[in-house]
Design a binder for this molecule. Structure first.
Ligand code: V47
Length: 402
């Protein structure tokens, strides 16, 4: 509770042109960071640490929202997309993952180009503009398979933008094709990919790499592949998987390394903090992240990644409710319709995870923001008029007493 003397101080500040928020930020001891943000100065790693450790999440959210609104005003980007997973067979054995299967497992699958086309045709009546396709690292698949599935997708929907293959999958595709990375990327681009998703980055920490995903290539390789992709004209996203065994310093390091590469290439379109889901993984005794943590990741990312245009709150992992709040904590993007999601699905119910266009618009309008439909490259397709839910509509005909 605010004390009498604090109230007097706050009132005096207002008289002097200092806003209530300035005072609350000062009370939280965050004025130096706030001023850096106001003056568009880069935050240091120490600032990043403080933002992670500070108890006043709403003060941090308030500062992150300033940056978010400076970049995007009220806009919230969404996309009508379909996520496709061409295989779940993977030889990396990451302990945080519930998606992968071994070749002998009953649930193991590889989709042929024709099966991928069937999955797409199942949604032929939905006007989507993005396909998001990733899969496990399956050493049995030949180079031509990847080229063929890309072509198959473009055959069914020539107009969609295709965002496919993480830096980890690309390393496998390059290896099996015995080609340098730039040539591999040019082949895939020629076949039809338009951008790369941000997965596979996990946390840039040798310690966590050893502990959870030692068979995967490391952070230097992930960043090198991203650099090459950006150089050949393929923009990408970037992710960070949090809420397992990582430490705060490791997350700050992750963000600063992404920021450094972005200074060099300007090829990252969006950053997506990925909220880890422990269910059905080898480390499901760990509690996983909370909603508080999800919001903080969004806010810290928005503040540290001053050169990455978009921060996405992936509603599948963050939940629609946290995503709505996240739109005031630094996020300006919520991904999209998705249609089917397998990486963190509930395998017991195999439930489809999808949002319709109307649901996405309602979610954004209810959060008090302006929806903007985009494609995978953030080209604006439509700016639909937000329709407020009935409980938020002001009925000017009725007074409170009538
Ligand atoms: O690389 C794996 C993560 C990623 C789990 O670029 C898990 O627009 C949570 O990268 N709980 C794939 N996460 C998803 C991804 C992504 C998603 C949405 C949009 C974009 C984009 C990219 O999911 C993997 C891994 O880091 N992951 N297992 C899990 N149990």
């Amino acid at each position: 509770m605010t004390t009498f003397s604090e109230t007097v101080l706050i009132n005096a500040d207002i008289l002097m042109g200092v806003t209530l928020f300035d005072t609350l930020i000062a009370k939280a001891g965050l004025t130096d960071i706030y001023e850096k943000v106001i003056h568009e100065e880069r935050l240091s790693s120490d600032d990043g640490l403080r933002l992670y450790q500070h108890p006043d999440l709403s003060a941090i959210g308030y500062i992150a929202n300033l940056q978010r609104e400076r970049l995007h005003g009220d806009k919230v980007y969404f996309v009508r997309n379909q996520h496709l997973n061409y295989t779940n067979i993977c030889n990396k054995g990451c302990l945080f993952c519930s998606f992968y299967a071994l070749p002998k497992d009953p649930e193991a699958y590889v989709l042929s180009p024709e099966q991928i086309q069937e999955r797409m045709r199942a949604y032929a009546d939905i006007p989507i503009s993005e396909i998001h396709m990733v899969g496990g690292v399956n050493p049995k698949l030949p180079y031509e398979y990847y080229i063929d599935i890309v072509k198959a997708i473009k055959e069914v929907r020539p107009d969609v933008s295709l965002k496919a293959f993480t830096m980890i999958e690309l390393e496998q595709i390059r290896r099996i094709g015995k080609k340098p990375m730039d040539e591999t990327l040019r082949d895939l681009k020629k076949a039809g990919i338009d951008a790369l998703p941000g997965g596979g980055a996990e946390v840039f920490s040798e310690r966590v790499h050893e502990e959870l995903f030692h068979a995967k290539s490391d952070s230097d390789k992930w960043l090198e592949t991203a650099r090459t992709a950006h150089q050949v004209g393929l923009p990408s996203n970037a992710t960070m998987l949090y809420g397992h065994v990582e430490q705060t310093e490791e997350k700050v390091y992750h963000l600063t390394r992404l920021r450094e590469l972005q200074d060099e290439t300007n090829g990252f379109m969006a950053f997506i903090p990925l909220s880890w889901h422990p269910e059905q993984t080898a480390i499901d005794h760990l509690p996983g992240p909370t909603g508080q943590m999800d919001l903080r990741e969004i806010a810290v990312a928005r503040l540290m990644l001053d050169n990455i245009p978009h921060i996405k709150s992936f509603w599948i992992m963050n939940t629609p409710a946290v995503t709505q709040v996240g739109l005031w904590y630094g996020a300006d993007d919520m991904d999209g319709s998705v249609l089917e999601y397998e990486i963190t699905r509930d395998p017991d119910t195999d439930r489809m995870q999808a949002l319709t266009q109307t649901q996405m618009l309602d979610m954004i309008a209810e959060a008090g923001r302006q929806p903007v439909e985009r494609d995978a490259l953030y080209r604006v397709l439509d700016v639909p008029k937000p329709v407020l839910p009935p409980y938020m509509q002001v009925d000017t005909e009725r007074s409170i007493t009538s």
